[in-house]
Design a protein. Sequence first.
Length: 245
Amino acid sequence: MRRMLVFLLVGVAAGWSQNAREILQRAENAIKGKSSHAILEMIVQRPEFTRRLKMESWWVGNQKALIVILEPAREAGNKTLKVGNEMWNYLRNTETVIKIPPSMMLQSWNGSDFTNDDLVRESNLVRDYQVTLAGTDTVEGQPCWLLELRPRPEAPVVWDRLLYAVRKADYLPARVDYYDERGRLVRSLLFSEVKKMGGRTIPTRWVMINRQKENHRTEIRLLQAEFDIPIPERMFSLRELERGR
């Protein structure tokens, strides 16, 4: 009888884990797609200043990404390219290509609160983390599942724990809290302003808040987006990276 009870409890726990992974997968798929093209505005806020960038980006899953700065004029033409595990920056003014080592993937992207990893989608949460259902939460009035993510032993990730809130109504991400190995809340990513765009219903405003530095935050606004589209392979080449714009 005891053996049967243990079997049932393990089965229930496994079901919860599987269900949690499915929820995470749906939330990630909702905002990524197999491929995408977008026009974005980034607003970096600091106590001393506010800085705005306009960008155009192309992604293919977690494998390929190209980001081109369109505005302001002094930075227009600067680019970031990611292919597989390799990443490069192109600086238009000096016409130089800089390869970014893996050790710098968690460095700030262009002075923002988003990292290189965030912008080029190197990490894959479903692949790199073990996921369990931690409970429920409410974010901006929306009931959410609360998922706890812990890194797999072999995963090359820095965060010791993530708490990921997913809206029950539509499986859209609502908030992600990032904790370091000391259990400190380092940053939070908030999703809001859900709209129809590119044939999908998605959050169009993403705000990364630095929980360790007061009044440090970066906002990304999706101005245009299209998903699951063919993207020429040449877009993700070093030749394209060095091509003038």
